[in-house]
Design a protein around this ligand. Structure first.
Ligand code: SAM
Length: 231
């Protein structure tokens, strides 16, 4: 059995009892970064053997894990933070396991984009998750397309690209409400809401540090911000 186990996005208490049991009982934990995951496993006194499985792992690594699964071993896949496969490694292994007829069992838990959306104050019954925006090719086309997007849009951004992205939001969505969620579940957790220009001014006045989720209101939100989200 292949378990897809969500792990904390900052606060190490954010892990379910079931996830801890699965990690304890698995024959092997496939981790994106064994040193990062080692901190979590140490806290919960989990001594299961780890192997690394990251974005650059080739098909030989997938084959190696598949062979173990076919042999009846239980493997738990984890990443550095949040849900495997969400802007993280996982997809190819899950696909290969399913194609090989191996059972895949999800152990749900945190994901940064859902955590950010849940406390954003924007409508979230319908939303578009984009992961990281393309850095070059297709970026302008996508931003243009988002000008017509009715649903709330959520995406990830790295600290060193935050200001550039906010600047582009000023250009493409000057009147839209945005929320920047920083360092979720950690000591310096922060939610900042406003027009892109206000957010740009705020973040450019300090050293940009931490992990970020950006949320952009849908195109009609500002005309009718009290309208209830469609169920
Ligand atoms: N698999 C993860 C998930 O389920 O959310 C996402 C992994 S992706 C490689 C890492 C990005 O997620 C970071 O660059 C940041 O944009 C976002 N992220 C992860 N943890 C976060 C946190 N505690 N606060 C804000 N954003 C976070």
């Amino acid at each position: 059995m292949l378990y897809i186990v969500a792990t904390p996005i900052g606060n190490l208490e954010d892990i379910s009892a079931r996830a801890l049991r699965v990690l304890h009982e698995a024959d092997l934990i496939a981790a994106e970064d064994t040193r990062t995951s080692g901190i979590l496993l140490k806290k919960y006194e989990i001594q299961t053997r780890m192997t690394s499985f990251h974005a650059f792992s080739d098909s030989r690594k997938v084959d190696e894990l598949l062979a173990l699964l076919k042999d009846g071993r239980n493997i738990a896949l984890i990443t550095d933070a949040g849900t495997p496969g969400i802007s993280d490694p996982g997809f190819l292994l899950v696909k290969a396991a399913r194609e090989a007829g191996i059972e895949v069992c999800p152990i749900p838990g945190p994901s940064a984009f859902l955590t950010a959306l849940s406390a954003s104050g924007l409508p979230i019954n319908h939303f578009l998750y984009l992961g990281f925006l393309p850095q070059k090719k297709g970026r302008q086309t996508l931003l243009k397309k988002l000008q017509e997007q009715e649903e709330t849009v959520v995406f990830y951004e790295s600290p060193h690209r935050l200001l550039k992205t906010l600047q582009q939001c000023v250009e493409y969505f000057p009147e839209r409400t945005m929320v920047v969620a920083r360092e979720l579940t950690k000591i310096h957790e922060e939610f900042r809401s406003g027009k892109p220009a206000e957010l740009y001014d705020y973040f450019s006045s300090k050293t940009v540090r931490g992990e970020f989720v950006l949320i952009l209101a849908g195109k009609d939100y500002n005309a009718n911000p009290r309208a209830e989200d469609r169920a």
